[in-house]
Design a protein around this ligand. Sequence first.
Ligand code: FDP
Length: 400
Amino acid sequence: MLRSKINTFFEGHNTFYKSEEKDAREKRTKETRQTRQTREREGECRTRKMIERLEEEFSDPALIRLMEKIASACTEISDAIRVQAIDDSKGGTGSLSGRANSTNIQGEEQMKLDIYSHDVFEKACRESNACIGLISEEVEEYIDLRGVEQGEQQQLAPSSSDQQHKGHGLGEEKKYIVAFDPLDGSSNVAYGVSVGSIFSVFEYNKTTAKNDGEGNTRSPIEEVLKPQTGRNVMCAGYCVYGSSTDLVIATRKNTRVVGWTLDPFSKTYVKTRANISIPMRGKIYSINEGYEHKFSEGMKKYIRDCKDSPTMMARYVGSMVADVHRTLLAGGTFHYPLGKLRMLYECFPMALVIEVAGGLSISDTGSNTLDSAVASIHERGAIHLGSKENMDDLKKCLGL
Ligand code: FDP
């Protein structure tokens, strides 16, 4: 009896000490894990860059911040696209899948993802503190950011680029205008087809903006819309959400087109193509044949010649970003008649990418896309772009 009482006493004691030891061990493990996570996070902030070797392309810290913010917006959109089908399978009650029951300025039906992507892109550009204004496919009016108070910007969380480039750029003058299509090809998104985001960046320079001939300062939007506006695009690019997420940026100053691929594990864009040049000649023509009636006689002849050629093949995804990305890398041509594509955030950026890569982009009349004057922010245009030699064939057909 006594022995069993003693045993019970010691067992209780041991259990007490064992559980105390266990608690202490768990506490130590938790602390170690937390410390490691904090260190990793700090380390990441110090060393990890959203876009690898971005400073080789840009010297202006504000532009680097803007590009990093755009890249992180593209990562968010890429993630959202990849999970929207799950939301859809649960009845589409979330904010990502299905129709938004609204239309954009072009009268096109908006998907929830269009609106989500716009919000993500707008927030990114605001947070860069580098933008004076924005133009989005999803919003009718020009978004003027000149009135945004510095205090409001200060509330925003710093990014990894803020750590690297020291500060939010507060006190710097905001000078960029970004025109973007946050989700191009969204009518394809429900079917797992590649889609993308497209953007062009204009610089607003107060000093040169004064040169309207009469000593008046043009407003930022007048600057964007002034004649020869395509030549004012200082850099442009797109992100294609396909079998990989690829970010491509063309800089007019460096005359270089560079490609990065998103590493989905580290969420970093790894520089995968340091200097893209479009092949001089390609074997693919990319066209929606259903629109043949909208093309000129010259263009119809070009299509016939492509069909008759033993080497040419047709490929058409139906998402401009995917079709242009393939054209850039594989060569050939891409065509879209007047009707749907917008100059500022579809035709200009793609024309700049193709031109800087050594190709050509023209309108229906044969004039260079980047030489087109644009009178309103959502103006539409026709586009024909691609490899130099294929474009020479097209120009012959057009009688140019
Ligand atoms: P979407 O309407 O799905 O956003 O920009 C509009 C666009 O896609 C382009 O991405 C694409 O090249 C084009 O429309 C496809 O239009 P069609 O179906 O008329 O060929």
